[in-house]
Design a protein around this ligand. Sequence first.
Ligand code: 2PG
Ligand code: MG
Length: 451
Amino acid sequence: MARIETVHAREVLDSRGRPTVEVEVHCQATHGAAWGRAIAPSGASTGRHEAVERRDGDRDWFDGDGVTVAVQAVHEVIGPALAGLNVTDQFTIDRLLCELDGTPNKQRLGANAILPVSLACAHAAAQAQRCPLFRHIAQLWQAACQRATPPDTDGQAPPSWGEPVLPVPMINMISGGLHAGQQMEIQDIMIVPWAARSVRECLSWAVRIYRRLRELLRERGLTWALVADEGGFGPNVDTVDEALGLVTEAIERAGLEPGAQVALALDVAASHFYRDGGYVIAELGGGPATADEFLSVLRAWTSHFPIMSLEDVCAEDDWDGWRKASLCFGRTLQLVGDDLFVTNLARLRQAIEAGIANTVLIKPNQVGTLSETLEVMAVARQAGYHCVVSARSGETEDITIAHLAVGTGAGQIKIGSVTRSERLAKYNELLRIADGWGDELPLKGHFAGVG
Ligand code: 2PG
Ligand code: MG
């Protein structure tokens, strides 16, 4: 038993210099004090259906981006309600957080107030139990999976992921869209070093590819020194095709085999170039194109380049486009929904029913609590979907998602590139976990639609 004594929040800054909420939870445990700390991240290419982030809107305070209202909500509403609860009882805490807010999208207190409380409780609970966070999350995950299992599925073979493992990272190399200068419509070109044998080897390959890419960009006279929001390059390419060619060549120059050793993953983030009822992209002449026309462009990319994963191939509410994309790619590629699902159970259920996508991007701040995040993952797993645990483009030194990916055995994590400390904080935490528990935790990717 570890009782919550105080919940303290403060305004801190994220990687874009925007305010966000940090929370500390202090408890009294049987064998002494325990505490935990967590910080809310923040997206740029946010989905329309995400839980709400509360900001002050006062122009004199961080240009309106301040989060003092959210900090106040922690001090005045959340802290007093949580005092005395057992910090290890995450499901009760998170249920209470949802009740205190009382809205479906957390707009009263703000997901940026609620999430760091939920995660800080998990950190404190792990400390109270004297175990690493991923072990505590693994316990919660088992319970979430049991809750998500319908009673009539007893005896069925368990889906292929869920045991704690170290995840294979998707590592950002080139950014476009809202994460860079919008010079290229799609948001991320990432590498997946799926043949590497350890997290260290994944990172060693990624750094080598990143450096070869920088050399290539310099040789081609493309602006290479600028790094985008997630630490990748934001070169002035004319087309996505050109950018895909550059990353593939960088893999070769690094002495690695594109496809067999290192595959590509794209975050198309199509909602952000969906205008006037169509997809506006240079490859299609820059006018609004239909989903069918856009899918033919995607088909060309996937046949010319070693792409294994496509995220947000259609706009968040273009269910018809998604249905077509799922028929086209769902069996052979990993088809990830981010803006589509926004880590939201109702939207995931709707997609499962319709056979749309095969993988869910998991961002805890899109839904607002750890328990709801685990519930979405458990329902996804039950339906045979895969999960990629993901950071946001606005990040901090918070490392919780590294433990979330390991504890749930998701097998994949998306953090950003191999530069910028808010990204490296998470990679370094994976390295620490691998160093401490690597003998018990293999590096294991679980991918949908491939192998
Ligand atoms: C995404 C994320 C992370 P953002 O779209 O997948 O890359 O971006 O946090 O801006 O939503
Ligand atoms: Mg995305």
